[in-house]
Write a protein that binds this ligand. Structure first.
Ligand code: PLP
Length: 437
């Protein structure tokens, strides 16, 4: 109550804009998730700069959410803005390639290890197209996903396990998908369930994050990804890694950091520095099986692609982001700072003897209000304390810190300063003290 009142005192102009926006936007926001924050209404942004943004009421925030990784580069990154602006001045959409494509293709291959690529507009699209291709190539019906994973608004992946049975996820808008026709769902880190699901040979592909991030950070247990690779290979199932969030593990995502060998790989959001774009890649073997599928040899487009996909702007943005901003050196620095973030939170947890833990994946850190790390989505979902999450989030927000909502996650960009991280530790300490009062 006290924190909500404080929020409202600080954001009168956002409130007025929100009320006006309700006349033309459902829920008063142009995209429905924008309303799902801890305050009484969404904060309207004025401008972002590096690791910070200012809202329309003049409040300044340290942004640890960074567009849920979409702005991993920091806002308006100096290394990318000139190339993006230049491209805008020279035309953005031609439905023809630009020379930047050469640079981007080579960089993607170097980072993620896969030789062939296509470009989509969003990670959702890249995943949707990958599933379509995998099912077409293998002539198999099922997609296998992990419980409580998230891969965008992809029907086949918007499925969850309820009492061991796959069902369309609650909150799914539109016609309910029949999982018996599309999807198998199992828990992450469960080798036996994986073996059982793949054994009949009817799964086209496994679509997975190599470490889960959307129900909190869940690392693969030792040997799990090796087993996943071995079993998918043995059963003729394609393995697709979605690196959209796990890109935070390093310049080539988790795949690059741990030398993984997926058949296909998708990555969106950060890859274009926040400009809508995403890529999906293929191994030599998959590319061979695709020949003719997505080229002019076939009279149709194969149900993949998009008019604005791979346009001049997105290619320029990807090139500038990869060349100048999300570099190897940047990741090294940002990961070191994320460790400091984690240590800061851990020191408070220890000092206050809280039964909480901290998890980190590359330059992203998260704290959990439980004593042991969850092994899978089901365990994680059961452990979520929405009320406490919301309180901690709002408490930080009222003191100029934006965390990723619900999961208390913080992402470090190249623009995030040591002082920002230490300030977070202090605010975290105060929020804990306010709870213990
Ligand atoms: N894949 C993963 C792992 C994600 O976390 C998300 C979004 O959060 C997506 C795909 C979809 O990204 P977008 O909403 O940009 O299409």
């Amino acid at each position: 109550e006290k924190e909500l009142k404080l929020f409202e005192e600080k954001h009168p102009r956002s409130k007025a804009l929100f009320e006006r926006a309700k006349a033309n936007f459902i829920d008063g926001v142009p995209m429905n998730w924008m309303v799902k924050w801890a305050g009484s209404y969404p904060i309207f942004v004025d401008r972002g700069e590096g690791a910070y943004f200012t809202d329309v009421d003049g409040n300044r925030f340290i942004d640890f959410c960074l567009g849920d990784t979409g702005s991993m580069t920091g806002h308006a990154p100096e290394g990318a803005v000139p190339a993006i602006v230049e491209r805008i001045k020279n035309g953005v959409t031609f439905m023809l390639p630009t020379e930047d494509a050469i640079w981007v293709g080579e960089a993607l291959t170097k980072r993620f290890g896969l030789p062939y690529w296509q470009v989509a507009i969003s990670a959702t699209d890249a995943n949707r197209f990958s599933l379509r291709l995998a099912r077409h190539i293998t002539k198999r019906k099922y997609v296998l996903v992990f419980n409580y994973s998230y891969h965008g608004t992809v029907d086949e992946a918007f499925i969850t396990l309820k009492d061991g049975v796959a069902e369309s996820r609650s909150g799914n808008i539109g016609p309910q998908v029949d999982p018996t026709q599309t999807t198998k769902v199992i828990e992450f880190n469960d080798i036996e369930a994986l073996e059982k699901a793949l054994a009949p040979g009817d799964v086209a592909c496994v679509l997975a994050e190599p470490a889960m991030t959307n129900i909190g950070i869940i690392h693969p247990e030792p040997g799990y990804l090796e087993a996943l690779r071995e079993m998918t290979r043995r059963t003729g199932t394609l393995l697709i890694y979605d690196e959209t969030h796990t890109m935070c593990a390093g310049p080539g995502g988790y795949t690059g950091a741990y030398g993984l060998k997926p058949d296909m790989l998708t990555v969106g959001k950060a890859i274009g520095g926040g400009i809508p774009t995403a890529v999906y890649g293929f191994s030599e073997e998959v590319a061979k099986r695709m020949r003719g599928l997505i080229s002019l040899e076939d009279s149709d487009t194969g149900g993949i692609g998009g008019t604005l996909a791979g346009n001049a702007l997105s290619m320029a943005a990807m090139r500038a982001t990869l060349e100048n901003v999300l570099t190897e050196e940047a990741f090294e620095r940002n990961i070191a700072l994320a460790k400091r973030f984690a240590e800061g939170v851990e020191s408070v947890i220890e000092e206050k003897r809280l039964p909480w833990i901290v998890k980190r994946l590359g330059c992203r850190t998260e704290y959990w209000f439980r004593e042991t790390p969850p092994r899978n989505g089901g365990e994680a979902a059961a452990a979520v304390d929405f009320e406490l999450d919301r309180y901690m989030h709002l408490y930080a927000l009222n003191r100029g810190i934006l965390m990723t909502p619900f999961h208390n996650m913080a992402l470090i960009s190249s623009q995030t300063a040591v002082e920002d991280v230490d300030y977070h530790t202090e605010v975290f300490r105060q929020s804990v003290e306010s709870l213990l009062e």
